[in-house]
Ligand binder design. Structure first.
Ligand code: ADP
Ligand code: ZN
Length: 438
C-alpha cells in the first residue's frame, strides 16, 4: 500500500496531528499573508487565541473572491521566486482564480494524488490513461504527477480525439482510466460505435472519475459497460486540485485525507458550524500548504461528512457524495432542485440514456424543461415504446422533484458531448438573449 502510514491513521492520531498542524498553520498564515493579519485584527483575535482543534471555528473564513482579489499571483505567503507552478480555475465567469505551489507543495500534492489512486484500487505498474485536460486546469497535471509518484506508467492522452483515445486504450490494454464521468459515459458509447465490445476488448479495472457531480445510476452504467470499478475523486484547484478525497473500494463515501485537510460543515446562510453528520457547505483548511495557505475556505459544495470508521479500515472521514454546489442548485418555482437529483430520477427509468440537458425558464408554464436521449439499444430494439417511456420517466421525475417538469425524449446521439465537465443546465433566466429558445 502506498504511504500506508498516512492512509491507515487512527482517528485520534489524525486529530492530534491536525491540532499540531493547525496551530502552526494559523501562525504561518498570520505572519506571512497580510490579508489574514487584517482579518484576525478585524475580528479582534490573534493566533494565540487558537490553542486547540475546537477553536477552529473562531478563524475567519476565506472565499473565492479573496483569491480573485489577489490576481494574478494569488494569495502568496512566500516570495514569488519560490513558486514552481501556477494553475488557474476553469471558472467561466470573471477574473480567473490563480493558485500557486512551492516545491514542497508539489510533493504534498503528488503524495495525496498517489494515495488517491492507490486507495481507489490503482497499483504501481498499472498503465494509467489520463484523459483529463492538460493545462491550467489542475486535473491533467494533477492526475499525471500522482500516477508517476505511485509508480504507474502514464499515457498522457489529455482530452479529445476520442477515436485515438480508444485505439490507445485498446492497443496498450490500459488498466486505469482517468477522466470526468461524463467523458467516461461518452467513451463507452464511442467504443461501441468504433466496433469494440467495451467489456471484452479492454482491460480496464479502475476508473478515476471526478471534477463534477455524478449519480450512482451513472456509476452503475459505466461499471456495467466497461466492467471496471468507477471511483469518485473530489478536489478543487484551491485545495491543490484533485486528490482531496477519494472513494475506497467500498464505494461508500469519499475519504478526505485529513492529515492534510481539516474539514468543517457549516450552514451556508449563517456560517454557523453544524454538528457532525449534518448536511451543509464544506469548509476546508489546508494544514501544510506553503505557497498559498487557505484558512477555512468555503467551497460552496454541499454534502454530509461521516466520521465513522469505514469497512475498509480507514478512519479518514468520508464525504457522502457531493450533491452539487450551492450555486448549482436551481430554485424553480420556489423548490430547490439539484441537477444530480434529476439525473438520478431519469436513469432510474429503464430505457433512458445518460445524456440530458436541463432548461430553466422564468415565464413559461413549464418552468423546468428536461431533454433526454433514449438509450441506444432500447431505441433500436423492437420493444421501443415512446409513449410508455415518456410516461414512466415523467412520473419518476415528478416524484423526485415535487414540481412539474416537461420532458422531451431525443434520439440517441443528438445532445452535444463533452470531453471535460458537462454543461447540463441552461438557465434562460440568465442567458435569455444568448441561447436559442428550445
Ligand atoms: P472550477 O470552479 O473552475 O470548476 P475546479 O476545476 O477546481 O474549479 O472545480 C472544483 C469544483 O468541482 C468543486 O468545488 C466541486 O463543485 C466540483 N467537483 C470536483 N470533484 C467533484 C466530485 N467528485 N463530485 C462532485 N463535484 C465535484
Ligand atoms: Zn473506506
Amino acid at each position: 500500500m502506498f504511504n500506508e502510514k498516512a492512509q491507515m491513521m487512527k482517528l485520534e492520531d489524525i486529530r492530534e496531528l491536525q491540532e499540531e498542524r493547525l496551530l502552526k498553520m494559523v501562525k504561518y498564515a498570520y505572519d506571512n499573508v497580510p490579508m489574514y493579519k487584517k482579518r484576525f485584527k478585524d475580528k479582534g483575535i490573534t493566533p494565540s487565541d487558537i490553542t486547540k482543534l475546537e477553536d477552529a471555528h473562531k478563524i475567519p473564513f476565506t472565499v473565492k473572491d479573496d483569491l480573485r482579489d489577489h490576481y494574478p499571483y494569488g494569495i502568496l505567503a512566500v516570495p514569488r521566486k519560490e513558486v514552481v507552478r501556477f494553475h488557474a480555475s476553469s471558472g467561466t465567469t470573471g477574473t480567473p482564480t490563480v493558485v500557486s505551489y512551492t516545491r514542497k507543495d508539489m510533493e504534498v500534492w503528488g503524495d495525496l494524488m498517489a494515495r488517491t489512486y492507490n486507495a481507489a484500487g490503482t497499483d504501481p505498474g498499472d498503465i494509467v490513461q489520463n484523459a483529463y485536460g492538460y493545462g491550467l486546469f489542475t486535473g491533467g497535471l494533477g492526475f499525471h504527477q500522482g500516477a508517476e509518484v505511485l509508480g504507474c506508467a502514464v499515457l498522457p492522452t489529455s482530452t479529445g480525439n476520442t477515436k485515438k483515445q480508444i485505439k490507445m486504450m485498446y492497443d496498450f490494454q490500459t488498466d486505469v482510466l482517468a477522466c470526468t464521468p461524463s467523458y467516461a459515459i461518452y467513451l463507452s458509447e464511442a467504443t461501441k460505435k468504433f466496433g469494440y465490445d467495451p467489456r471484452e476488448d479492454f482491460n480496464l479495472k479502475v476508473g478515476m472519475f471526478g471534477a463534477e457531480p455524478w449519480s450512482d445510476e451513472a456509476r452503475e452504467s459505466i461499471q456495467e459497460s466497461f466492467g471496471l470499478k468507477a471511483q469518485d475523486v473530489y478536489g478543487m484547484s484551491e485545495l491543490y486540485g484533485p486528490g482531496v478525497a477519494v472513494e475506497c473500494p467500498e464505494q461508500n463515501g469519499l475519504h478526505i485525507w485529513s492529515d492534510q485537510f481539516l474539514v468543517e460543515t457549516i450552514n451556508p446562510e449563517t456560517g454557523e458550524v453544524l454538528p457532525e453528520g449534518e448536511k451543509g457547505e464544506l469548509v476546508f483548511t489546508m494544514l501544510t500548504r506553503e505557497a498559498m495557505p487557505l484558512l477555512r475556505y468555503r467551497t460552496k459544495d454541499i454534502a454530509v461528512v461521516n466520521y465513522e470508521e469505514c469497512e475498509c479500515g480507514r478512519y479518514h472521514p468520508r464525504i457522502m457524495r457531493i450533491k452539487g454546489r450551492s450555486d448549482d442548485m436551481l430554485i424553480v418555482g420556489g423548490v430547490n432542485v439539484f441537477p444530480s437529483q434529476i439525473e438520478a430520477a431519469l436513469l432510474e427509468t429503464e430505457g433512458i440514456g445518460e445524456h440530458y440537458q436541463i432548461i430553466v425558464d422564468r415565464d413559461v408554464l413549464d418552468k423546468l424543461f428536461v431533454k433526454v436521449e433514449v438509450d441506444k439499444e432500447y431505441y433500436e430494439s423492437d420493444e421501443y415504446d415512446e409513449e410508455k417511456l415518456l410516461k414512466e420517466a415523467s412520473e419518476n421525475l415528478t416524484a423526485v422533484l415535487n414540481i412539474r417538469a416537461r420532458l422531451k425524449l431525443l434520439e440517441p446521439g443528438t445532445l452535444p458531448r463533452t470531453v471535460g465537465k458537462a454543461k447540463r443546465v441552461i438557465d434562460l433566466r440568465e442567458e435569455h438573449d444568448r441561447i436559442e429558445e428550445p
